[in-house]
Design a protein. Structure first.
Length: 366
């Protein structure tokens, strides 16, 4: 990260934290901007810690900075018990989406674990687990939410689980190869890809380096070039985060992803996480080259937008200080994210592209 960008980011962090009275959220003093197109948010996380819901947090993850940071700033972990924590998270999510238009849809994502050579779940190596059934249960309570499954293709029952979640309404399969130990170029996965394609489900997979959750097996598994195999098998692939990374977010993986867009018509990206301070240069690059938005989907990466790691102030120069102050005052995190992108002149059709790319999302909730 160069000195100029570093200083800009430090200032952006310092402003809202040092003078909170200037940025107190007051809905009466702001103007929320919303696109005329219906919005499809293809990247939302459901956090959970209650074993009764099938969730699992390893001791390593419970001690991790990422979890402590999210609980400190997100304020979802205010309950004493895991049950209360999970309830608080879901209640806050439901409150936020209740304020969104009826046409809005959000894909709520599960997270599978690591599997051993025999295809059984390895809880020693798995950092955390958000099961498909928990996602299905929460999504069923609100027609605006659509389930996104997570299935490690190395699990013994991968094809069975794929059939099961598809029959229950799941529209995507979500991977973080770096932490799940998945090599997308592994030819053993071809049967999984072919069935995924037959079911018209989309593969939403993390690309680029991964530092948010820890427990990385191999950072090289985030190389977008490894996605060539599923693309050749006809799978529609969304490269989450556009293969941006930490520090130099316009690094080699990001550039490779942009090149691959010209080579693969069934490859798309989502912009989830690109409002984070260390990835904001990638979003700046995309904003300055708007033709890329023809191949991008909107993703909020909820709940990341609730933390100080994201802020409209990271885009000073593209938006004014006064605009950033008004955006910072928007109480609803999802509306603030959309309004910020609108101020950055993100093309309106991009917000609804998820309805085209995630085929089953078109009829979900109807």
């Amino acid at each position: 990260m160069n000195r100029r960008r570093f200083c800009r980011n430090i200032a952006a962090v310092a402003l809202p934290l040092s003078a909170p009275q200037l940025f107190a959220r007051d809905e009466n003093s702001v103007s929320v901007r919303y696109p005329s197109e219906p919005i499809a948010d293809v990247h939302m996380h459901l956090l959970g810690s209650n074993p009764a819901n099938g969730c699992f947090l390893s001791k390593r993850f419970q001690k991790s900075f990422a979890l402590k940071f999210s609980r400190l700033f997100v304020n979802f972990g205010s309950g004493v018990t895991p049950e209360e924590q999970d309830r608080a998270y879901v209640n806050r999510l439901m409150k936020m989406i209740a304020e969104l238009p009826d046409s809005w849809r959000g894909v709520l994502l599960a997270m599978d674990g690591i599997y051993d050579s025999s295809g059984h779940l390895d809880l020693v190596e798995t950092l955390f687990l958000i099961p498909n059934d928990y996602i299905l249960s929460v999504a069923s309570k609100n027609e605006k939410l659509v389930p996104g499954a997570s299935i490690n293709p190395y699990r013994k029952d991968a094809l069975y689980e794929l059939e099961r979640v598809a029959s229950l309404g799941a529209v995507v399969v979500k991977w973080i190869p770096n932490t799940m130990g998945i090599d997308p170029s592994d030819k053993r996965i071809v049967p999984f890809y072919r069935r995924l394609n037959e079911l018209e489900m989309t593969l939403l997979t993390h690309t680029g380096t991964e530092y948010a959750v820890g427990g990385v097996v191999d950072q090289k598994l985030g190389n977008p070039r490894l996605l060539q195999l599923p693309l050749e098998e006809g799978v529609t692939v969304i490269a989450a985060h556009c293969a941006s990374g930490g520090g130099d977010s316009n690094g080699p993986y990001f550039r490779q992803f942009l090149q691959m867009l010209d080579e693969n018509p069934n490859l798309y990206g989502d912009i989830s996480g690109l409002s984070l301070v260390h990835k904001s240069s990638s979003l700046r690059h995309l904003i300055r080259n708007p033709h890329y938005f023809d191949r991008l989907c909107y993703g909020s990466d909820f709940p990341l937008y609730y933390t100080p790691a994201t802020s409209p102030f990271y885009f000073l120069g593209l938006i004014s200080v006064s605009k950033a102050m008004k955006l910072q005052r928007i109480e609803n995190d999802l509306l603030r994210d959309v309004s910020t992108l609108m101020e950055l002149n993100a093309p309106q059709p991009f917000f609804g592209r998820g309805f085209e790319v995630v085929k089953k999302l078109r009829t979900a909730g109807s």
